[in-house]
Design a protein. Sequence first.
Length: 482
Amino acid sequence: MDTEMTEQLLFGQYRIESTIGAGGMAIVYKAHHISLDKHFAIKKLSDSLAQSAEAKERFIREARTHSRLEHPNIVKFHDILQDHATGNVYIVMEYVEGRTLAKMIGRETGPIPFENAWPIFRQILEGIGYAHSQGVVHRDIKPGNIIVTTDNKVKILDFGIARDETGHTITQSGQVVGTLQYASPEQIKGERVDQRSDIYNLGMTLYEMVAGRLPHDINPNSSSFHIMQRMLNDDVPDPRTFYPHIPENVVAAIFKAIERDVNVRVGTISGFAGLLNGGVSKGDTETFPRFIPPKTSQNEQDSFNFSSSINDIKPSDLRGSIEVEYQRLLELGKEHVGLLVSRDNSRIRITNNVDGTKSERALLLGGILFLGVLGIATLSVGGLILLIVMGFVIRKYRQKKFEPEVVTISGDEITFTTKEQPSLLKLGFSDIIRFSHLSDQNIIMASSRGKKSVEFCRNSNKMMMHEFTKILNTILEKSKTS
């Protein structure tokens, strides 16, 4: 067995002390180098793959890729060794004492306040940004592949499925790589990936750090296909649903990083860093002044300066630029009777009469009438219980209430009106972070900066709300980039 190597002596120098971890492709040991009196981590191909020439080639290519990376936040490559008698190949790496970020989130902290998460995440960005500068895409960034030492130094692990600058993929052909809940849509679809896929992985990692959990509740017994479909189709809830004290620009940066459309997603580590800082103007020399903890030294602050490649984010006039989205809204109106879409010069008016809970309310109303009549007729303790139950059903009925409303989109703002609230409720696009379809609450929510989030389309048709949310986010994106 792969794990039964404790106390073995490799190459006359490395004494295996324990097993650090094991996966489908490799196993990692803690070893003591006798002459150097120093510990190393040694990775060995699993027995099932050790005799495969293709697997061995990938493993050696991983070593070559890893050997090019010399950065304080990436585990150091030391050597590659081959036992010609057995055919086994070993990669020798720096041994890092610490715990994974996954264990920190899961066992020690839960949600990490951003002022505490930032010193850790900043180092992750530095390491991955350096790898990108060397033409290497990691492709499996997740908290389980990040070690944090006792003095909060970060070391990034496992470049085992990385892609080097030649485009070679260090994994089995046709295999979906990465861990599914962190994997980018292009990874899940088996498409070619670039550094933007790593940025998606980083966005999901930061989401888990600040929310204390991943966005989706996944049954551990779910099939890979089921998980992939959810990752590709389910809306991602605002992380403040799970932990409310997350800075608004951090939420906005996360959603920009985990944008499913790779061409809309933030494209560089420097761009992601700039968004986390709330946007940095070209020419600024001070990077990340907002969230660097007070105890951080000036030298550390200066070590991560990406300001030269970050553009200003400015509100914009959308007149004439959302024709495609208008046509999509018209098509949505054809699919859902009651959604009326019209345009007046530069304004788009959407009147929503699509009642998504009408049948539910009818059933609840029938239940209320039945319980009421039965409760009155019984006139006993049993009747009192029936009336109490009827009270709960009435409450549920009220929660399912639907009210028609009008949403108006203009050049730089969106307005909401209802019969109960005929006065205009306005939000500037520059103030909106993101639109989210909260299917469990059956609403669309506009998260905004400095203002209370706006909820609309309550109890409308869920399929319509899902598509409407995607269109609104596309319009929002255009408002920030045009």
